[in-house]
Design a binder for this molecule. Structure first.
Ligand SMILES: [Zn+2]
Length: 443
């Protein structure tokens, strides 16, 4: 990576050194906002009529909304690592929140820093502890990230996060910036401040401590209809609270006169299962759309306003897309494919299947509206026709056998990379390999 960074810095210098040669696009800023645990369908712009997400909806109207983006793993650190390194979890060696993105990996921030960008991040929650995601940022959580000496910020709320980026847009600087803001609030526990604690009709008073605290996301719980509705209302309240703070950040960007030359992107690391298929609220345990389908919105110069781009994309495709929009070369290590060419319309065409996995070895593939998931927790194989059955209610694994076999073969070929000597992932945990073997994925 370090060689790539030097090469890019040279490119930028050369581009700026010749009058008339400097690319206008090179000067665009990039503001990436990620929201932890935000499932796409809770946003107004993604069809939730009961939502109160005016800032995000306005952002969607000012730009392009990608209809169907899938996370490669519904867990915070591996997913964000996939986003920044544009690598599949097993290729970058991250499966769980305890894992660390290796310094050899090349990240979006490193590429942009190498291209002359000022890079800064405010990332609360699990990412506040670094985990390798700080690579390439000149400022991380407001302090310089010296190895082994990362600042400990703790779990900040959305208003604290937005307060920390106040000075990002002030002052005249020569170089463009890349800013990453990670909001943590919709992650359990769901405890939005007033008025968001009652905005969607929920009340924390009637909730049992099991629902309120994050230990629920590892086990099944019994909830009555009222408790479930209250949980969802509080989760929506957290999203509305974050939405207000995003509105403040975007207003500040506007007041600084930077909106016209800043690409703003909104994404999420994963969604949240909400009792749809099992007595479970959380993420990281199943591969249903509630946990995998994440919102992705892009707005800024040369991005058409108010359109929706249909088709399947992956979170690892986002970094290549952003580099394309910024006219910055993409490193060879990036596995994603830019969908920048589809933003003007026409939809995203994918000739390859999409894959996602869980730390326990469960895997999913989807293609042409069909989805096959093998869940280790329940030892089940589920096949869904997502076009006809977006709620994943009717398991067709025993009915559409030809389709199941075709997709199973695709999943097996993909999983084979875990055992082949040439493609075996670095740092593959022996436990993970054992699980794949137990599932019959590899010999
Ligand atoms: Zn997360």
């Amino acid at each position: 990576m370090k060689r790539f960074r030097i090469a890019c810095a040279l490119c930028a210098l050369i581009a700026c050194g010749f009058p008339g040669c400097a690319s206008e696009k090179l000067r665009y800023n990039l503001l990436l906002v990620t929201i932890d645990t935000l499932r796409a369908d809770r946003l107004g712009c993604y069809g939730n009529r009961g939502a109160s997400t005016p800032s995000i909806d306005r952002l969607a109207r000012s730009g392009v909304m990608i209809s169907n983006v899938t996370t490669q793993i519904p867990a915070t650190i591996p997913s964000l690592a996939s986003l920044f390194s544009s690598r599949l979890p097993h290729d970058s060696g991250l499966y769980g929140n305890r894992d660390h993105l290796a310094s050899e990996e090349t990240t979006l921030a490193e590429v942009l820093a190498g291209a002359g960008y000022r890079t800064m991040a405010v990332a609360y929650g699990v990412p506040s502890q670094g985990r390798g995601l700080e690579q390439g940022f000149h400022q991380y959580n407001g302090a310089s990230p010296e190895p082994g000496n990362l600042p400990s910020v703790g779990f900040g709320t959305a208003d604290e996060v937005s307060g920390r980026v106040e000075d990002w847009f002030s002052g005249e600087t020569e170089e463009p910036f890349f800013g990453w803001i990670h909001f943590w609030d919709p992650h359990q526990d769901y405890s939005p401040p007033p008025p968001y604690d009652s905005m969607h009709g929920g009340s924390s008073d009637g909730l049992s401590s099991m629902v309120q605290f994050s230990d629920v996301f590892r086990r099944e719980i019994e909830l009555g209809p009222e408790e479930l509705a209250s949980s969802l209302a509080l989760y929506d309240g957290e999203i509305s609270f974050v939405d207000r703070e995003i509105g403040k950040v975007l207003a500040r960007l506007e007041q600084s006169g930077l909106t016209e030359r800043t690409i703003v992107v909104l994404a999420a690391d994963h969604g949240e299962d909400f009792y749809e298929h099992h007595r479970y609220i959380g993420h990281g345990r199943f591969l249903y759309e509630a946990g995998l389908h994440v919102p992705t919105i892009l707005s800024g110069p040369h991005i058409p306003a108010g359109s929706v781009v249909e088709g399947d994309a992956r979170l690892i495709d986002l970094a290549p897309t952003l580099l394309k929009l910024l006219d910055v070369p993409m490193p060879d290590s990036f596995e994603g494919r830019s969908f920048a060419g589809s933003l003007a319309g026409g939809g995203i065409e994918r000739s390859l299947p999409t894959f996602s996995l869980l730390e326990d070895g469960s895997m999913m593939t989807r293609r042409d509206g069909w989805k096959l998931a093998v869940h280790r927790q329940t030892s089940t194989m589920e096949l869904f026709d997502l076009m006809a059955d977006p709620g994943e209610r009717k398991n067709l694994a025993d009915d559409a056998t030809a389709k199941r076999q075709e997709m199973e073969e695709s999943l097996r070929s993909w999983a084979k990379a875990f055992s082949d000597e040439a493609t075996r992932p670095r740092n593959l945990p022996s436990e993970f390999e054992k699980r794949l073997r137990a599932l019959g994925y590899i010999d």
